[in-house]
Design a protein around this ligand. Structure first.
Ligand code: CA
Ligand code: CA
Ligand code: CA
Ligand code: CA
Ligand code: ZN
Length: 573
């Protein structure tokens, strides 16, 4: 009997395992992936889904780490270059670590659900995806490996002498209390600008001008390594790769951190070279933190205003994103945030004419203790935001986010206190919040993938008009929001134009052109090669063309676009 019971249990366990964990690669979304774990996950995805996923390194970082790119394409529905491409990257700012989780989740979700969800199958079959989960592999890697703190590790690890004393990176942070984190230092000082909050000693608030001070903040943990009287004044890293791209790049006295020249960082150069091989790109995504924002360019007024027809597409996709991501706002970088030069997003638009969003993950409201609806406390000056966050820490995160102030003997400053918000906080979701965040952000990518251009081609008229002549009219339409060529790409000649053509043997194309007004019969005729018409399909738009052909036979009418699947039809007359 006991034996039978065990057998039944064993069978049940197998059944439940099959139902509950029906994935080839079981990845979890309740923790952050270190570089090694992210790399393992990518390798596993590429191995278990090798019919769709290909993992390759597009180059090496400054410190020799591989920059991984996962391509997802179903070869049975065509080569990647024959389909609209979507580029997705994360963590160009190495400390904005959860961007990598969004990219990993997106790849995992597509691959694991291809056989299960019809929408996903369509999206995978109709598009090619290029995913670089971690651009700044060095700094994101070190975020997990080194003693670090939130906000540390934004830039590329290019040695740079910040204080121009002839030495590069000679005064980094130091983990004074040896707890593996670089937290805040404060020192007792009656002239300091802060005092402890009367009800919450962990919290410092600004003293009134007539009050006595209690604390002075003295920065992140560190000592004066080179004896120049300053602490942490020349940390490793300086080059902000999201200011290093070639679109309206500016030197560092205009744009801090831009690097010595455009694309000078290993990672930006590798990505630039990669992008040149993918003319099919129709949309791009970059994930950052923080602020709960869906950003579009322009990044600066050097970019000029974007053409209205492109803005409409941004608006269509961005406003839907606001609904997919409650709390996120669709904004314009330059107007609503700040000016940036040499950022990836503007570069993609200006150099390749490709639309894209910068998604700023995590907003402060994620750490609110009360709900957003109950916003009275925001106006209540006696309850500062830090107080709410501490309650969130105490009663939701169970104290994992804040390290209490502790007395430490600093080798140069004497008695100080170290404490404050810990490494995996402040611009990062708590583990329990990750799954919702990665899914909703992936859903926004999926929405744009549903709107890459899809061409429909049909013959609208076929009429003998005498003298052995036949008039053929055809219409190509784009059923989706993203155009085959943006107005930017068209106006500035940034990509090959679409080719609407008629070809046949034994027939002569007498004339051809775009039908400007079908009721008034207005056609803009091609002067030189009437069989080939260069055009584009706008957002939800169409193009009507007319050809007059002489002779009898067969002709192939085709619509070719570098950013959509080509279509053709054959006619006999
Ligand atoms: Ca220096
Ligand atoms: Ca430095
Ligand atoms: Ca420490
Ligand atoms: Ca120093
Ligand atoms: Zn960023």
């Amino acid at each position: 009997m006991k034996h039978l019971t065990l057998t039944v249990i064993a069978i049940l366990l197998i059944v439940f395992a099959a139902v509950g964990q029906d994935y080839k690669v079981n990845l979890r979304w309740d923790h952050y992936y270190s570089n090694q774990q992210a790399q393992d996950a990518l390798q596993q995805l590429a191995k278990e889904h090798n019919h769709f996923a290909t993992l390759s390194s597009i180059g090496q970082s400054e410190e020799g780490r591989e920059i991984w790119m996962l391509e997802i394409n179903n070869p049975k529905t065509g080569k990647d270059l024959d389909k609209p491409g979507i580029y997705i990257d994360g963590a160009i700012h190495g400390n904005e670590i959860q961007a990598t989780e969004v990219c990993l989740y997106f790849a995992w979700y597509l691959l694991e659900n291809y056989d299960k969800i019809e929408t996903i199958r369509d999206i995978v079959d109709n598009n090619a995806f290029y995913i670089i989960p971690t651009v700044n592999v060095d700094s994101r890697g070190r975020f997990f490996e080194d003693a670090g703190g939130y906000g540390i590790g934004r830039t590329a690890r290019v040695p740079y002498d910040d204080d121009r004393d002839g030495l590069a990176d000679e005064d980094d942070y130091d983990d004074i209390d040896g707890d593996g984190e670089i937290l805040q230092m404060r020192i007792k000082d009656p002239t300091g600008p802060y005092k402890s909050h009367p009800d919450e000693p962990r919290l410092m608030i600004r003293r009134k001008p007539w009050e006595q001070g209690e604390w002075r903040l003295i920065g992140r943990e560190g000592i004066d390594n080179d004896g120049d009287g300053r602490i942490n004044e020349d940390i490793p890293g300086y080059l902000d790769m999201n200011r290093n791209y070639g679109g309206n790049w500016q030197p560092s006295y205009v744009q801090n951190g831009s690097g010595d020249y455009p694309m000078s960082a290993n990672d930006t150069y590798a990505i630039g070279q990669f992008l040149l091989t993918k003319p099919n790109l129709a949309f791009n995504w970059s994930f950052h933190n923080h602020g709960g924002m869906i950003l579009r360019g322009p990044g600066s007024d050097l970019d000029g205003a974007y053409p209205p027809s492109d803005v409409k597409v941004f608006d269509y996709l961005g406003e839907e994103g606001e609904k997919i991501l409650p709390g996120y706002e669709y904004l314009i970088s330059m107007e609503d945030l700040y000016t940036t030069f040499g950022d990836f997003d503007s570069f993609m638009y200006q150099t390749f004419g490709v639309l894209g969003f910068v998604q700023e993950l995590h907003s402060s409201s994620d750490d609110y203790y009360r709900t957003m609806e109950d916003d009275e406390w925001i106006k209540d000056e006696d309850v500062p935001w830090g107080m709410e966050r501490l309650r969130f820490n105490d009663n939701v995160a169970q104290g994992e986010m804040f390290k209490d102030w502790t007395k430490v003997n600093h080798p140069q400053l004497g008695e100080i206190e170290i404490g404050g918000w810990r490494t995996f906080t402040t611009r990062l979701e708590q583990p329990f919040q990750l799954q919702d965040m990665v899914h909703r952000n992936s859903a926004h990518i999926l929405f744009t993938a549903k709107h890459t251009p899809v061409i429909e081609l049909k013959i609208t008229e076929l009429e003998e008009i005498g003298n052995g002549l036949t008039r053929i009219r055809a219409r190509a339409s784009n059923r989706n929001a993203i155009p085959t060529l943006t107005a930017m790409a068209w106006n500035k000649n940034l990509a090959r134009r679409d080719i609407f053509s008629l070809q046949g043997r034994g027939i002569e194309v007498v004339s051809g052109g775009i039908v400007l007004d079908k009721h008034l019969d207005v056609v803009r005729h091609e002067e030189h090669q009437p069989g080939t018409i260069y055009t584009k399909l706008t957002s939800f738009g169409h193009v009507d063309v007319q050809w007059i052909v002489k002779g009898e036979g067969k002709a192939t009418i085709s619509y070719q676009s570098v950013k959509a699947v080509d279509q053709e039809v054959t006619v006999s007359f």
